[in-house]
Design a protein around this ligand. Structure first.
Ligand SMILES: [Zn+2]
Length: 333
């Protein structure tokens, strides 16, 4: 059946054939899952979300925690909403909301199993929460994680380390956090001064880190945190927001964390400022600096909030604009 349709003018002819020739339309229907006659019902769930990249001797696994959705109105502070809608449309994304996917990284250096951020745990939107199932599907056991390195203290990055009931998820892991991030969020004075809408975030930081505060290791920008993974200053989204340079031999990889909250918007329009960036102007400058480095050095990058598997390369796309070119499937090993 498809061969007949292709002879009649390829994909363009497909719609015509369906509307004008009922017999062919009915035949095609049997090829569409879920239409009456399919032997198996539609699955209704996403496939396991993990993806491997090889960086020198390191194996990096991207782990999906699903996605959440935010209202479009007011999300970008310095751009008319119609312009934002247009750029979302150009990326074939829903134009009435902002889609925010979540993807953290597991880096197996061969000596240590290191987690970069931990997902939403059991406190995220109903469309999230698949992180642990995907982590296990990728062959990992939480008891084997040696280090959890946190980029910043927003709930979608830290809640996976401690569940609602208070249980620590990675019982044998050292938890390492950005020193300036810790200093900001653990400061009771800053919490007292914070607007009402931010108080919950301060309380959540205390919920996650309070029980282990004396054991948490604070890392400094510009230093190697564990062998092969270094902390790079990227403030703006939060005061201590950090991106990670991963290096094995000559191979380099950059984990961009929340340098953007939606790559279709902020990689293409780095000047746009998101309401979730605590210092919008500083975030804008940091974003330009890091995207420029990634494009110049042509290294593979990952983002915490990008279409899965949320990794690829940054290409220049006109003055001050960039695009994320998705990574090609690759065989690790
Ligand atoms: Zn985030």
């Amino acid at each position: 059946m498809p061969a007949v349709i292709l002879q009649k003018g390829g994909i363009g002819g497909l719609g015509m054939n369906i509307t004008r020739r009922g017999a062919i339309g009915a035949g095609l229907a049997s090829l569409v899952p879920g239409v009456a006659g399919a032997a198996q019902p539609q699955a209704g769930v996403q496939a396991p979300g993990f993806f491997r990249s090889k960086v020198g001797a390191f194996e990096i696994t991207s782990i999906s925690d699903g996605a959440a959705y935010r209202p479009l109105d007011g999300f970008i502070k310095n751009t008319p909403v119609d312009e934002v809608r247009k750029v979302l449309g150009e990326a074939f994304m829903a134009q009435d909301q902002v889609t925010i996917p979540f993807t953290s990284l597991v880096v197996n250096t061969g000596k240590k199993l290191v987690l970069l951020d931990s997902g939403n745990g059991d406190l995220g939107a109903p469309t999230t929460g698949s992180w642990m199932a995907n982590f296990r599907a990728a062959g990992f056991d939480p008891a084997n994680v040696d280090a959890v390195i946190i980029s910043h203290f927003h709930g979608d990055h830290i809640n996976g380390t401690r569940l609602k009931d208070g249980r620590a998820v990675f019982p044998n892991a050292e938890v390492l956090v950005s020193a300036p991030e810790w200093d900001f969020w653990m400061d009771d004075g800053k919490m007292a001064q914070a607007p009402e809408g931010m108080k919950g975030a301060f309380q959540n930081v205390r919920r996650v880190f309070g029980p282990m505060a004396k054991d948490v290791t604070r890392y400094d920008w510009g230093k190697e945190i564990v062998p092969g993974i270094s902390a790079v200053a990227a403030p703006g989204h939060t005061p201590g927001h950090t991106v990670f340079a991963i290096q094995s031999g000559a191979a380099k990889f950059l984990m961009m964390s929340d340098l953007t909250n939606n790559t279709a918007l902020f990689v293409r329009r780095p000047d746009w400022q998101a309401i979730v960036d605590m210092d919008g102007e500083q975030a804008r400058q940091t974003r330009h600096r890091m995207l420029d480095v990634a494009a110049s050095e042509k290294m593979q990058v990952a983002f915490y909030h990008a279409p899965f598997p949320a990794t690829g390369h940054i290409a220049r796309d006109g003055a001050g604009s960039y695009q994320l070119v998705p990574a090609m499937w690759q065989m690790p090993g």
